[in-house]
Design a protein around this ligand. Sequence first.
Ligand SMILES: C[S@@+](CC[C@H](N)C(=O)[O-])C[C@H]1O[C@@H](n2cnc3c(N)ncnc32)[C@H](O)[C@@H]1O
Length: 244
Amino acid sequence: MDGSIESQLNTSYGTKQTKIMSDKDWIRKWEKKEIGFHEEKVHKLLAEFLETMLHNRKQITIFFPLCGKAVDMKWLADMGHNIVGVDVCEMGLKDFFKENNVTYLEEAVPAIPGAKVFKSTSGNISLYCCSIFDINDSIIGKCDGIWDRGAMVAVNPTDRERYASVILSLMDKDCRYLLDTFEYDPKLHPGPPFYIPDAELEKLLGSQCNVKCLKITDSLTDKQRAWGLDSFDEKIFLVTSKLS
Ligand SMILES: C[S@@+](CC[C@H](N)C(=O)[O-])C[C@H]1O[C@@H](n2cnc3c(N)ncnc32)[C@H](O)[C@@H]1O
């Protein structure tokens, strides 16, 4: 460890060092406007696989782990769905409401010391400002759908099991979970976004869920070339409970 905020450790992949991000590191990124992950438009894979998640259901509860200020939340809220998001950075959550002209109220979350929830006055968007690891179903309830983009891939590899168990505990029996990951050579780039092998996904989710790859897209752009990568595939999975 070098004592810097973004310290380093060797991963189980054994090849390249992986960056460890603390909550403070993420908040600092937001403050410095280093938010290249944010997209101004609805994510194309969410649009493409929306019906796969909705499955003909109206007004469902859709969970956005590590939500940032994703415009996808407004898009789905405008369709009448109930949106629940969690992010550790207050600035990003407040920006979401400001940039989308959505009025909101701020409340404490009694079950989590120091946490806040920002609720749209329309009532169908609730964004929790706290760590995902403080969340459980007694606080936010179960969800019918999950859009996991820039979320599992942003969690430190050493925290992945904890993350998966939070997500699994929030899934209702009929929940349809869309998970977006990347495949690249981890020897060439330390992340985030972190590389998650398919076998690891199976290990994390497969005891309780079916994990099905829906599509693989070549998403290599100059941004990833600048990281030293020569291939960068985006993979979208549908995760559903084995009980459904
Ligand atoms: C790569 S960004 C993705 C944001 C969003 N999902 C999107 O698609 O634009 C990861 C987000 O996770 C948040 N974050 C990181 N660790 C977290 C944690 N343990 N709990 C809650 N939020 C976290 C960061 O503040 C950041 O907004």
